[in-house]
Design a protein around this ligand. Structure first.
Ligand SMILES: NC(=O)C1=CN([C@@H]2O[C@H](COP(=O)(O)OP(=O)(O)OC[C@H]3O[C@@H](n4cnc5c(N)ncnc54)[C@H](OP(=O)(O)O)[C@@H]3O)[C@@H](O)[C@H]2O)C=CC1
Ligand SMILES: O=C(O)C1=N[C@H](C(=O)O)C[C@H](O)C1
Length: 233
């Protein structure tokens, strides 16, 4: 499979390594300075670029009939537009805030726990995410997905960074050295607390998930999620 990488930073380089190990070819490494792209040689594109670049890259791929896996976070205000453009062009597209198998299992666990906690008003939920200091967006895309998972199963109406109003989920974002990504969901009451936590030890899990998603989407049309790729509930 011929892969184009949009973004050749920390994730782009890790994806290249994993893709080559799985016998794929990297036919283009595209960044902000790229002036020409030969779309005819690309089977699938993978975007791990920057919040202000992702939506343009998505449009470009959809218009040129290239299936796209997007891992870039921090652009979600344009998600519905991306879905519309994909459908208008009969394209194929997956966005995931986190491509690792472990985090996608963690998302399921988070929803299951939230469902159980929904009627237990003595517990207040909060979230914490920790990432490396180069991260541009806060809270992380993964923390937003976790918050949405809780909101879907409870009476919480939204989330907020740091201090939240009653009925909103407070999310704390910490930036520490080289931390690849740690997410904690905490339910606290007067008498006890329950905590679930996912810790990424490195970026391999994210990169492998993105390549697996690229292999999966090759013969598909439509907008999908990692639940479809991993065949989760
Ligand atoms: N969904 C997931 O599983 C994961 C998502 N991420 C997300 O992926 C994104 C990238 O992360 P990471 O690799 O760590 O970041 P990096 O900063 O290391 O890499 C981003 C790269 O994108 C390049 N870039 C800038 N503008 C454009 C453009 N218009 N088109 C293409 N490339 C461009 C940058 O080039 P230059 O340096 O020259 O500006 C840089 O090389 C972030 O949004 C992050 O949150 C990260 C890990 C996992
Ligand atoms: O920027 C990162 O590094 C990461 N970004 C994603 C996010 O915003 O959730 C996924 C992972 O946590 C690493």
């Amino acid at each position: 499979m011929n892969i184009a990488l949009f973004g050749y930073g920390k994730m782009g380089k890790m994806i290249e390594q994993i893709a080559l190990n799985r016998n794929h070819n990297i036919v283009a490494k595209i960044d902000v300075d790229t002036t020409e792209i030969n779309f005819s040689e690309i089977d699938v594109a993978i975007d791990f670029s920057m919040p202000n670049a992702a939506f343009n890259n998505i449009k470009m791929c959809m218009v040129n009939n290239i299936p796209l896996i997007c891992g870039t976070t921090g652009w979600l205000e344009d998600y519905e537009n991306a879905v519309r453009i994909c459908k208008e062009n009969n394209g194929a597209f997956i966005y995931a805030s986190n491509f690792s198998l472990g985090v996608n299992l963690f998302f399921e666990l988070n929803s299951y726990l939230a469902k159980m906690m929904g009627n237990l008003k003595q517990y207040q939920v909060s979230m914490e995410e920790i990432h490396h200091t180069q991260k541009l967006d806060a809270p992380s895309g993964t923390a937003i997905t976790l918050a949405e998972g809780v909101i879907n199963e409870t009476d919480y109406s939204g989330w907020k960074l740091d201090t939240a109003n009653a009925n909103e989920i407070p999310i704390t974002a910490k930036r520490i050295n080289d931390t690849p990504g740690t997410h904690t969901v905490n339910y606290n009451s007067e008498v006890d607390s329950i905590e679930i936590k996912h810790t990424a030890h490195n970026r391999e899990g994210f990169a492998l998930g993105a390549v697996v998603a690229a292999e999966w989407i090759l013969d598909k049309k439509g907008v999908f999620t990692m639940k479809d790729v991993l065949n989760l509930s």
